[in-house]
Every structure is written in structure tokens, then in C-alpha cells.
Ligand binder design. Structure first.
Ligand SMILES: [Zn+2]
Ligand SMILES: [Zn+2]
Length: 128
């Protein structure tokens, strides 16, 4: 079961070039089409092995738009962009994690899961 914060209540397209998702916990996320395109994690945009971005955002057209949206089951969206790119699957979980509002950006920075646990034992080498 998806938790409320990962289950969209409504998905709307706003002018200009903005996708609005209202989540089950009343949070609202606004994404520009360009932002979503840059966040694409398909094999054509991110190297599957190194996770390095293969997409150069400067090559994207300025007037990039979304021409079609398909729901992929209950867990995500497949966005078709006007530059012909349509292999990107955006899971609701990833969309929520990438919410660009200041509140979420703050939270992501302080997310304890994203920090490697530091072991004090490794600093012993070389100390006298
Ligand atoms: Zn892609
Ligand atoms: Zn947010």
C-alpha cells in the first residue's frame, strides 16, 4: 500500500509548463516540465551502471512541453515530452522525493537515511 504522501489525489497541468500534484497528505508539488525532463532516470538519461547523468540539460529545447501522460499502473507516470522523449517513468515515490518546494528541499537535506553512518574507528590510523 502506498502511503498518503506517495499517493496523488489529483494531477493537473497548469500554464505555463507546470505540473501540479496534490498528494494524499494535502501537500502540493509544482514541477516545471523542464525540471521533470532533467530528472528523468531512464537508461537513455542516466547511465545504468555508474548512475552518471547522460543528459545535457543545455541541449533541451527552451519551449519543452509534455504532450502526453500515461499512468503506469498505480505507482507512477510515463511522461511524453515534446522533444520526443517518452521512456521516462516517474514513480510517485520519486516525484514526491524530488518535490522542489523549499519545505521538502530542506527535509531532504536533513534526511538521516541519505547520510552514511560515520564510524569513529576509522580515524585511528596515523594518530600517535
Ligand atoms: Zn530519459
Ligand atoms: Zn514539497
Amino acid at each position: 500500500m502506498a502511503s498518503p504522501e506517495e499517493a496523488p489525489r489529483s494531477i493537473e497541468f497548469l500554464e505555463p509548463s507546470t505540473l501540479l500534484i496534490e498528494w494524499g497528505d494535502d501537500h502540493e508539488s509544482l514541477y516545471s516540465y523542464r525540471y521533470l525532463r532533467e530528472k528523468c532516470e531512464c537508461a537513455g538519461c542516466v547511465d545504468e551502471w555508474s548512475r552518471k547523468p547522460l543528459l545535457d540539460p543545455s541541449t533541451l529545447p527552451a519551449n519543452l512541453s509534455i504532450v502526453e501522460v500515461e499512468k503506469t499502473g498505480r505507482y507512477g507516470l510515463n511522461l511524453h515530452f515534446s522533444d520526443g522523449h517518452k521512456t521516462g517513468i516517474y514513480t510517485f515515490r520519486a516525484l514526491r522525493r524530488n518535490c522542489p518546494c523549499p519545505e521538502c528541499v530542506d527535509q531532504n537535506f536533513s534526511d538521516p537515511d541519505s547520510n552514511e553512518p560515520r564510524s569513529p574507528a576509522t580515524s585511528g590510523e596515523g594518530a600517535s
